[in-house]
Design a binder for this molecule. Structure first.
Ligand code: NAP
Ligand code: MG
Length: 404
């Protein structure tokens, strides 16, 4: 028996592309395999292998995630026209994140990693604000038209028995205009609500949800009602036991409260609100490279990753043999998140302790002034040293050794 930490059940490991693929290997070599007898089921989601397998590997990795319950994912290329030629692709394969999210029916939670020396643009935000974005429907699956003057526009619903219900949207008179049809489905809203409540319990944080139910008395109100019904029926007691709260308010009131808050809660957002607010919150906390992301399914499956992409520009410099100073913190925290979750599910507290210690060693490294270029540009520390990608990980390891 080695004296490395043992794992009872494998993690699903999804490898990826470009600079993050380089970082992935460095993290494993420098900070994980020397300490943990890593058990992973490996899926190569790098674009070359996705192309070779006609993207089957992405589907297989999602199915494996359902089976094992925990995955860690490296950033991957979502192909566009340039990538078609660069990688000589058979098809413009879909975004792996989209495919995995559809299979797991999950919600994405994004949380900033806070360190001393990097003050959020809203300085009262001393704790992280986690944003959960509903990722189905509304304006992202809309139907819209430009309509001429004189047009009469109606909503028409035909039920399976052939019955029609009509409602006037607007009779255009004196001007042409625009109309839009939106939808959402109760099943998706319910999954979203359950993922949010589960994640709140899991992380012992309050959860806020907001919509515009005073104006949208059927559409937004349905979101409010579904959240309330599920909360009352399934979560009320668990929340009371955990000492956390579910709080519903109007979206404008939520925005005002968020700005005045100190952070430390989950903010569940409808699709559009989440799109806009996640960019605002990420920017306010400083760096995309310090933002972690976890996909949580309503039945409690977790997939951890960094919120940023494959850092393509750094990769091209790396290929030319130049040293880069790429921030590995969000990718490293994806690993610690997954290892901690594995430890919780398998009841291996030494694995959880290792994950906690590795996170603390990482934060200590930055707070002692050793950091990558993106953070050095933001940090107000006086004695800071910018290091390259690999040196940063070795500096973490020095502290980790001391702390374990
Ligand atoms: P990106 O990889 O997030 O990088 C954009 C820029 O942000 C970088 O050029 C870099 O700025 C800075 N940055 C991001 N992460 C950093 C890190 N860890 N350390 C230091 N700087 C960092 O976005 P992108 O360049 O738009 O996308 C590249 C590829 O990633 C695309 O093919 C896209 O499809 C994919 N992508 C994947 C995911 C995912 O898998 N979850 C998410 C988003 C994008 P400087 O160059 O100024 O240093
Ligand atoms: Mg956005």
């Amino acid at each position: 028996m080695s004296d490395k930490i043992q794992m009872k059940t494998p993690l699903v490991e999804m490898d990826g592309d470009e600079m993050t693929r380089i970082i992935w290997k460095m993290i494993k070599d420098i900070l994980l395999t020397p300490y943990v007898d890593l058990k992973t089921e490996y899926y190569d989601l790098g674009l070359e292998y996705r192309n070779e397998t006609n993207d089957q590997v992405t589907f297989d990795s999602a199915e494996a995630t359902k089976k094992y319950g925990v995955a860690v994912k490296c950033a991957t290329i979502t192909p566009n026209a340039d990538r078609m030629t660069e990688y000589n692709l058979k098809e413009m394969w879909k975004s792996p994140n989209g495919t995995i999210r559809a299979i797991l029916d999950g919600t994405v939670f994004r949380t900033p990693i806070i360190v001393k020396g990097i003050t959020p643009f809203i300085p009262t935000w001393t704790k992280p604000i986690t944003i959960a974005r509903h990722a189905y429907g509304d304006v992202y699956k809309n139907t819209e038209m430009q309509v001429p003057d004189g047009a009469k526009c109606e909503l028409v619903c035909t039920t399976p028995d052939g019955k029609e219900t009509r409602q006037l949207i607007h009779e255009f008179s004196g001007s042409s205009g625009i109309i839009q049809g939106l939808h959402n489905i109760d099943k998706s809203i319910s999954s979203f609500a359950r993922s949010c409540f589960n994640f709140a319990l899991d992380t012992k944080q309050d959860i806020w949800f907001a919509s515009k139910d005073t104006i949208s008395k059927k559409y937004d109100h349905r979101f409010k009602d579904i959240f309330n019904e599920i909360f009352d029926a399934e979560y009320k007691e668990k929340f009371a036991e955990a000492g956390i709260e579910y709080f519903y308010t109007l979206i404008d009131d939520a925005v005002a409260r968020v700005v005045r808050s100190e952070g430390g809660y989950i903010w569940a957002c409808k699709n559009y609100d989440g799109d806009v607010m996640s960019d605002m919150v990420a920017t306010a906390y400083g760096s995309l490279a310090m933002m972690t992301s976890v996909l949580v399914s309503p039945d409690g499956v977790y997939e951890y990753e960094a919120a940023h992409g494959t850092v393509q520009r750094h990769y091209y410099r790396h290929l030319k043999g130049e040293k880069t100073s790429t921030n590995s913190v969000a990718t490293l925290f994806a690993w610690t998140g997954a290892l901690r979750k594995r430890g919780e599910l398998d009841n291996t507290p030494e694995l959880c302790r290792f994950a906690d210690t590795l996170e603390k060693a990482t934060i200590r490294t930055i707070e002692e002034g050793v950091m990558t270029g993106d953070l050095a540009a933001l940090s107000t520390l006086e004695n800071k040293k910018t290091v390259d990608t690999e040196t940063f990980l070795k500096e973490i390891d020095l502290r980790l050794k001391e702390m374990l």
